[in-house]
Design a protein around this ligand. Structure first.
Ligand SMILES: *[C@@H]1O[C@H](CO)[C@@H](O)[C@H](O)[C@H]1NC(C)=O
Length: 234
């Protein structure tokens, strides 16, 4: 489902069995070094659809985002810092068309020229899902703090991004991250570590994978049903 993809980035960066890969990608693209604890037990079955649909949606306003993160023991600092993972990635038109349809959305406000550009671009999205727009249009290939400057410049792509610069609970931190990349990196590393220790399986639950991208049974050539999981189809 294309429209969920962008929203899922926040969680996927840390949770899709890819903490190590994320760490290496971050370093290669100029991002912060993050601690990775190895030996986390992975589930034997894919995440349920119920769980996947608790992932914050691009249409969420800040109070809903705070509630959603809070339900996962993540605070406002985690919300603002992890949203910065949108320094990478793209979104498809359905996940941001609420920013300009039918008229330009003023809550949170989007730059009129930016909205016009998006509208024109998505008007060509005849085959829905083919047009993409970078979440950080200014520096889409670098892990940096420019995402937060995009918000200040009213060029945040998703409603769930742009709102962070308006709401009194998140504005101060988003502004600080825009001004100081090191402060952003430090909080991002802290929040990633927190997420990587979330819902840890213990005892005989799950398994420690030999290859972090593949369940052990599959690594050994044993057929397992439905292992691709729900999240990976999104
Ligand atoms: C957070 O949890 C509460 C209590 O279970 C629930 O009512 C609320 O909808 C949840 N918030 C979000 C955004 O999912």
């Amino acid at each position: 489902m294309a429209s969920s993809r962008a929203a899922a980035i926040i969680m996927v960066v840390a949770l899709a069995f890819a903490v190590l890969a994320s760490r290496d990608t971050l370093l290669m693209t100029g991002g912060p070094y993050i601690d990775v604890l190895l030996g986390r037990r992975d589930g034997l079955t894919p995440a349920s659809a119920d769980l996947v649909f608790t992932i914050p949606a691009p249409s969420f306003d800040v109070p809903t985002l705070i509630s959603s993160f809070g339900n996962r023991s993540l605070g406002v600092a985690d919300l603002v810092a992890l949203s910065g993972a949108h320094t990478f990635g793209v979104a498809h038109c359905p996940s941001f068309s609420d920013r300009f349809t039918p008229i330009i959305d003023a809550h949170p406000a989007i730059g009129p020229m930016f909205a016009k550009m998006l509208k024109a671009k998505c008007a060509k999205d005849v085959l829905e899902g083919t047009v993409t727009q970078p979440l950080d249009g200014a520096t889409p290939k670098v892990f940096d703090n420019v995402y937060y400057s995009d918000l200040i410049n009213r060029r945040g792509l998703l409603k769930s991004d742009q709102g962070l610069i308006d709401h009194p609970d998140t504005k101060g931190m988003a502004t600080r991250f825009a001004r100081n990349q090191l402060v952003f990196f430090a909080q991002f590393a802290k929040s990633m570590l927190k997420m990587s220790t979330m819902d840890v399986l213990t005892g005989s639950q799950g398994e420690i994978r030999l290859n972090c991208a593949v369940p052990n049974a599959r690594a050994e050539g044993i057929e397992t049903a439905g292992n691709e999981g729900h999240a990976s189809n999104m």
